[in-house]
Design a protein around this ligand. Structure first.
Ligand SMILES: [Fe+2]
Ligand SMILES: [Fe+2]
Length: 152
């Protein structure tokens, strides 16, 4: 069976979980912490953009997908704000770790909610052909966004 959009999204979710684990284990004020943070930021932002375009945009068109889509996009925005807050903090300080924990908690909650709820909702909306086509489109845009964000 060909890959669906959900397989591709779950793969990105696992990358985020693993990067967040490493971020929380990084040592205060080190170059390692700064580069771990950059990786988390780029990964989250590339995933969000491609997911909004190739999961949520088609879901939003259907009445059944309206509430879930709104909820998910709101959480993406909250995650972006936490990333912005974290970027402004001193990576050697206690406030940094507290904010990084908050980000990790928020992302984990969001990924779980997508995997347990929103994917099921969209599963009823999208056709099988759409699910495989969107997987390819997601992967292409995600890879492109990773490059765009890394070049900034
Ligand atoms: Fe998401
Ligand atoms: Fe996601």
């Amino acid at each position: 069976m060909s890959e669906t959009i959900y397989d591709a999204l779950r793969e990105s979710h696992e990358i985020q979980r693993s990067l967040l684990r490493k971020l929380l284990r990084s040592k205060p004020g080190t170059q390692d912490r700064i580069s771990q943070f950059t990786q988390v930021r780029i990964e989250c932002q590339a995933h969000e953009a491609a997911e909004e375009r190739f999961l949520y945009a088609p879901m939003l068109i259907d009445d059944m997908g309206l509430i879930s889509t709104r909820h998910a996009l709101h959480e993406h925005h909250e995650i972006d704000e936490l990333i912005e807050d974290l970027q402004a903090l001193d990576p050697a300080g206690d406030a940094w770790l507290e904010k990084a924990r908050e980000l990790s908690h928020k992302v984990h909650h969001h990924l779980r909610e997508e995997e347990k709820k929103f994917f099921q909702v969209s599963g009823k909306i999208l056709s099988d052909a759409q699910k495989t086509r969107l997987a390819k489109q997601y992967r292409k845009d995600y890879a492109r966004m990773l490059k765009v964000l890394a070049a900034e």
